[in-house]
Design a protein around this ligand. Structure first.
Ligand code: NZQ
Ligand code: ZN
Length: 389
């Protein structure tokens, strides 16, 4: 393990088919005013909305609704939520939905008592948190982002063509999250598999970095093997509870800071994916899927031992009779076959990207320095984007 670190995670999790029963006792920890935020329609269609309202009413809460959070939540929607949170003096923001709703709830939580423009201060300038934060609780309906147990909050500014993810500290983590895998059973297949790839990408962004023998990498390999098994089963039978519950649990552990402890991380796939998202508004997990293999092939020579280990330990590739490079590439072939099998999009064009956008997408990609390829440039990013078309 490298460096000195602190591990703490303040989010209490309630997992399983009866986990919504815990909402009533969680609500007792907060004041009377609840800002209930959710997406466009799924929770009303599934009947979850009625259950949540009944629990809030039975708890004697005064509820202000904040519906209509879109995938890839925008600065304009954030301003609307802040207005509502201020006018109802929210004691708790209850997010019911996927990662977008959870991320948005965190953004409203930090922006409501911020005297300045919170987008500029906390997302563009990445300044330290300097104002009170409203507590957030989540009832998760889509597995993927890990937002249910982390401080991440990704907001999109279409006018500025920027999609920026901020990782806040413990004060912004959800105080509690309710993870009932049954709530994910109504997800369209496209969203389900996009979520699976988001999980895989989170794990790989942390795994494919560093050269030391590190416990976090062994945990990552176990999570990936569970995810691959579960995603295959869920792709065949989306109603398979066992598979969906494993997907939900791997999502949470993929991005709650545990497997980044004591190591460096990469995150360039997410930087490219987010910039693609700023231009196309495409589904997050699909933007990652489209750029991953071209990026991995580009950096593979610089991280060959780890790519070989990934092939052998995660994909079961036999290294016998193969050079290290052949073994590593066979791992990427196995990964590609899995991606095709579960139905991921492997082309940016299919997500609405055009050649004319590529300069802007490359320019809008933040360059991080934890990956295997030293000094990655925007020109290399552009060439990876071209190969991802
Ligand atoms: O709006 P509704 O009608 O609820 O529909 C949603 C939405 O259209 C639907 N959905 C969610 N649960 C459902 C359901 N439909 C039927 N049944 C259900 N049970 O799914 C669609 C997508 O939802 P969304 O919340 O956008 O998906 P996801 O969880 O993938 O969140 C994506 C956002 O999270 C950010 C992404 O950038 C993106 O903005 N991320 C957040 C991270 C974090 N906080 O750490 C990290 C990630 O890397 C990611 O960047
Ligand atoms: Zn992600």
């Amino acid at each position: 393990m490298n460096g000195t670190f602190t591990y703490s995670n303040p989010t209490r999790l309630h997992f399983g088919p009866d986990s919504l029963d815990s909402l009533a006792s969680e609500l007792q920890n907060f004041g009377p005013s609840v800002l209930l935020t959710y997406g466009k329609q799924s929770i009303k269609k599934s009947g979850l909305y009625d259950k949540i309202i009944a629990i809030l009413q039975a708890a004697g809460k005064s509820v202000t609704e904040d519906p209509g959070v879109m995938p890839n939540p925008t600065v304009e929607k954030l301003a609307e939520g802040v207005e509502r949170a201020r006018s109802c003096k929210a004691d708790l923001i209850l997010a019911v939905g996927g990662g977008s709703v959870c991320d948005y709830a965190k953004a409203v939580a930090v922006a409501t008592h911020c005297p300045e423009d919170a987008w500029e201060k906390y997302y563009v300038r990445m300044e330290p948190l300097a104002n009170p934060v409203i507590p957030v609780g989540c009832v998760l309906t889509m597995a993927g982002t890990g937002s249910e147990m982390n401080g991440g909050s990704v907001i999109t500014n279409h006018a500025a063509k920027r999609k920026i993810g901020r990782v806040f500290d413990d004060r912004v983590y959800p105080r509690f999250s309710i993870l009932n895998p049954e709530l994910t059973l109504t997800l369209p297949r496209y969203q389900m598999v996009a979520g699976c790839f988001d999980i895989m990408s989170h794990i790989l962004e942390q795994y494919l970095s560093g050269t030391d023998d590190n416990t976090s990498d062994y945990i990552a390999e176990g999570l990936m093997r569970s995810l691959i098994t579960a995603s295959r089963a869920a792709a065949i039978d989306p109603q398979n509870y066992e598979a969906r519950s494993n997907i939900m649990w791997t999502a949470t552990w993929a991005l709650n800071t545990l497997i980044a402890k004591g190591k460096t991380t990469d995150w360039m796939v997410h930087m490219m994916g987010q910039s693609v998202g700023a231009y196309t508004d495409a589904t997050h997990g699909m933007t990652l899927a489209a750029v991953t293999l071209p990026y991995f092939r580009h950096i593979l020579p610089y991280g060959l031992p780890k790519f070989k280990r990934y092939a052998v330990n995660v994909w079961g590739v036999s290294p016998a009779g193969k050079s290290d490079e052949e073994t590593a590439l066979a791992g990427l072939d196995a990964m590609k076959a899995w991606m095709q099998e579960i139905g991921l999009v492997l082309s940016l064009r299919e997500l609405g990207a055009t050649e004319e956008m590529l300069d802007g997408i490359a320019e809008g990609t933040f360059l991080l320095r934890g990956g295997y390829k030293p000094d990655l440039t925007k020109a290399e990013v552009r060439s990876i984007l071209v190969q991802s078309m």
